[in-house]
Ligand binder design. Structure first.
Ligand code: KG4
Ligand code: ZN
Length: 356
């Protein structure tokens, strides 16, 4: 079974071909990701209209390259899957219309995938992980702890009250004058830094729920920058503040995830597998703290390879393939969704509905 996947929900134009081989290493037949970093760098952030236009300009060539890399043609495809949301709606529309056109012309099934489900099922593409498992999903738009019970079946344990974790990295990078994209810039800047030099608050740490909040932390970083005399910072100040921020975020993630582990264990008496997914999962300080948690809590930590952590179309094709195997496809009147919660039962959290 060969499925084409298309991803255009943020600032990567991506297409991939995956198959249902029993061997995980053989599943990704092609995966092409075109980043729009150059287009957005002048604005120090992703501009939705610029993103949508760039997706439109590149999507045809990216799809063709994915098929060429996989050495197949449209006629070999069994289905086409695309990110149907949540995301920047102009970009989502470009991907959805492209996928619909391919499905209509080739008369193959069309599958609209929740972008978050793509991240959630990545580790099943990468290996053979059974349900249920615990997921920490941390990206530019999302920061959630979820129990993944099956394809399309999620229980959200917690989300963020304000900024997503990646957003906190991006805003901190801006405050420190490190540029765009922020997460990798903060990580690079923090190398060799003294993570104990600056006192920063640990928002939500110790609370009995699984909620996150990063706006207070951002304010604290800004105050330190002001106290240091504003931008540009001395390299050693930027380094120590980046390291302190990163350690703080990793510490909060450790605390919140430990709470989620308790909640998971209250519900399921099975060996616990924790998956960390989304762009921020690339961060090595975060990975190290979660590895500490895994040892202390006797659980198995899964960190997908970096190329599958940040946005890509292989995860979308795979989530589509999983849904296709269950007989779940969508009609061509599917409407792109700017918002699409994984767990519609989860109560709204002030401020967080926008991200969820
Ligand atoms: O999953 P993703 O590629 O796109 C979204 O769906 O949002 O995540 C992008 C986010 C950005 O906020 C970026 O700054 C962050 O992931 N990120 C990182 C690192 N690499 C990417 N954050 C911290 N450390 C990194 N190494
Ligand atoms: Zn993403």
């Amino acid at each position: 079974m060969l499925v084409l996947g298309i991803e255009t929900s943020c600032d990567e134009t991506a297409a991939a071909v995956v198959c249902d081989s029993a061997h995980p290493a053989e599943r990704i037949r092609a995966s092409v990701v075109l980043s729009q970093i150059a287009e957005h760098t002048p604005f120090e952030g992703v501009v939705p209209e610029v993103a949508a236009r760039a997706h439109l300009a590149n999507i045809d060539a990216i799809v063709k390259k994915a098929l060429d890399d996989a050495r197949i043609g449209f006629g070999d495809l069994d289905a086409v899957a695309v990110t149907g949301g949540p995301g920047l709606i102009g970009g989502v529309i470009v991907g959805v219309m492209t996928a619909k056109a391919i499905a209509a012309v080739r008369d193959i099934p069309f599958i609209a995938v929740n972008h978050l489900e793509g991240h959630a099922l990545t580790e099943r593409l990468n290996g053979d992980l059974d349900f249920p498992f615990l997921l920490l999903l941390v990206s530019g738009g999302h920061c959630q702890l979820l129990i993944v019970e099956g394809v399309g079946r999620y229980t959200r344990l917690g989300t963020t009250l304000d900024d997503a974790m990646g957003e906190a990295f991006d805003k901190t990078a801006k405050l420190l004058g490190l540029g765009f994209p922020g997460g990798p810039a903060v990580e690079r800047a923090s190398l060799g830094g003294d993570a104990t030099r600056f006192q920063l608050p640990r928002p939500m740490k110790g609370r009995p729920d699984c909620l996150f909040s990063f706006s207070g932390l951002k304010t604290a970083v800004r105050r330190h920058v002001e106290t240091l005399g504003g931008l540009p910072l001395k390299p050693e100040d930027a380094r120590d503040l980046a390291a302190s921020f990163q350690a703080c975020v990793a510490d909060v993630a450790h605390d919140r995830t430990r709470r989620a582990v308790q909640m998971f264990r209250a519900k399921y008496d099975v060996p616990l597998h924790l998956v960390v997914a989304g762009g921020v999962a690339a961060n090595s300080a975060l990975r190290a703290r979660l590895a500490d948690l895994a040892t202390a809590e006797t659980l198995t930590l899964h960190t997908p390879p970096l190329s599958l952590c940040t946005d890509n179309a292989a995860m979308i094709a795979w989530a589509g393939l999983e849904r296709f195997r269950l007989g779940e496809t969508d009609n061509l009147d599917f409407k792109p969704r700017p918002r699409w919660p994984l767990d519609p039962k989860a109560p709204p959290v002030i401020g967080a509905g926008i991200k969820a």
